[in-house]
Write a protein that binds this ligand. Structure first.
Ligand code: SF4
Length: 415
């Protein structure tokens, strides 16, 4: 019998109401065999035109949305650190002109370990980046080779030090687990190396074999084994134990941070705040509407090059559609938005607020989802107190079971 008084998990700071800005950089020096992101190798000749197109898109959005406030900017990809620093600086200057960038904004850059020496790190800091996310993935040279990464463990360690020396005091380190042929011991070693580097934030991702990737073919041919799901679960649990033992806060299913060093930009996504994505294949959620930019970098550049006239539409999304860079998008139903809010928010230690769902989407969560709540609570997969609902920490490994209940409910109810 459940008699204990439940302690509501603490909030992860005040929610950010401003528009988060994501900038997509679709260039990589080589394509990793497991990657299905919208990114390309050997199209470097397009970089100058791409930077001009990106600046053009940013200017247009800034004008159409009346110079919106932004508190977080994230350059992702692809490999943003592969671009010349002066190009990144030009894009940053355009953003500062087109958007009202808060003086304390978090401005992040995804970086490949091989792309940075101390001088370059200092230059990146000088053009405005104050947080960096380094794609280390593993500290085992054999596994890095298997993943098709161009760096080795020594380069990865050097990269973190270079960013420190270059003035970055907010560094995230990405590691992957559940790799083919990865042993628990190799994983423990990578974790220890990461802990030694003492970064402010750590993201851990289990490998999924994505359809139509070279890695899928390699595994299907039997040249590498399928990742072992039980072993991957053990790796995740080991990480939970070790990171928390040294003081990292496990605040999202795949993310840990030192006190108050949350990824502010990602928190906007997880809390279903509004964000604008610029660049090919970028996703946006603005004014209750989700939309995606066309995926081809060449078509994107062409569309913006020929869009010299001012759009005749006054609605921002319609105006950008007129230019031809929006692939899809439209208003989501309140119920769809509520389901997205649930799925994203339940990834966080703070969980979600039913009062917020009611205010934002007009959905009475405790009533409309009562059967699911009852069933999940009875299986220990969901807890609640006051107006908050969360997945207990010891159930995060099976969080997908909780999310799927709400997705199924949304798609089958027709409500
Ligand atoms: S560096 Fe990152 S974005 Fe580029 S191919 Fe590899 S995994 Fe994909």
């Amino acid at each position: 019998m459940d008699t204990g008084k439940r302690i509501v998990p603490p909030r992860l700071g005040v929610p950010d109401e401003a528009l988060a800005l994501y900038v997509h950089i679709p260039f990589c020096e080589t394509k990793c065999p497991y990657c299905d992101f919208n990114t390309y190798a050997q199209i470097e000749g397009l970089i100058p035109d791409y930077v001009a197109a990106l600046q053009h898109e940013i200017e247009r959005w800034g004008a159409l949305l009346s110079k919106p406030q932004t508190n977080t900017i994230f350059f992702g990809g692809g490999t943003p650190s592969y671009l010349p620093v002066h190009d990144l600086g030009h894009v940053m200057s355009t953003i500062r002109e087109a958007f009202a960038v808060d003086s304390a904004a978090e401005i992040s850059l995804e970086a490949n370990p091989g792309d940075v020496d101390p001088e370059r790190a200092a230059l990146l800091r000088a053009v405005g980046f104050n947080r960096v996310s380094v794609g280390v993935q593993s500290f085992d040279d054999g596994l890095l080779k298997m993943l098709g990464r161009r760096h080795d463990a020594k380069t990865a360690m050097g990269a973190i030090r270079n960013f420190r020396d270059g003035g970055f005091d907010s560094i995230n380190l990405d590691l992957m687990f559940g790799l083919p042929d990865q042993s628990l011991e190799q994983w423990a070693n990578s974790l220890n190396m990461a802990l030694e580097l003492d970064t402010e934030h750590i993201s851990l991702y289990g490998l999924t074999i994505e359809p139509n990737t070279p890695l899928e073919v390699i595994v299907e041919k039997g040249d590498l084994p399928e990742p072992d799901a039980d072993l991957a679960a053990d790796m995740y649990l080991l990480a939970c134990e070790q990171l928390e033992a040294v003081g990292y806060l496990h605040y999202e299913i795949s993310n840990w941070c030192k006190p108050d060093k949350f990824a502010r930009h990602n928190l906007v996504y997880w809390r279903s705040g509004e964000y604008l994505g610029v660049g090919p294949g970028a996703h946006s959620y603005v004014g209750g509407r989700r939309f995606e930019t066309i995926r081809s970098p060449r078509q994107y550049v062409e569309a913006l090059r020929s869009a010299s006239d001012l759009p005749t539409e006054s609605d921002a999304l319609a105006a950008m559609k007129q230019i031809g860079i929006i692939a899809s998008g439209g208003p989501d139903s309140d119920r769809q938005q509520a389901a997205d809010f649930l799925m994203m928010g339940l990834r966080l230690s703070e969980g979600i607020s039913s009062a917020e769902i009611e205010t934002k989407f007009g959905v009475d969560f405790p009533t409309q989802y009562q059967d699911e709540i009852k069933r999940l609570h009875a299986s220990g997969l969901l807890d609640f107190a006051e107006d908050r609902y969360w997945i207990p920490h010891d159930q995060w490994l099976v969080g997908n079971e909780v999310f799927s209940q709400f997705v199924e409910l949304d798609t089958t109810s027709g409500g």
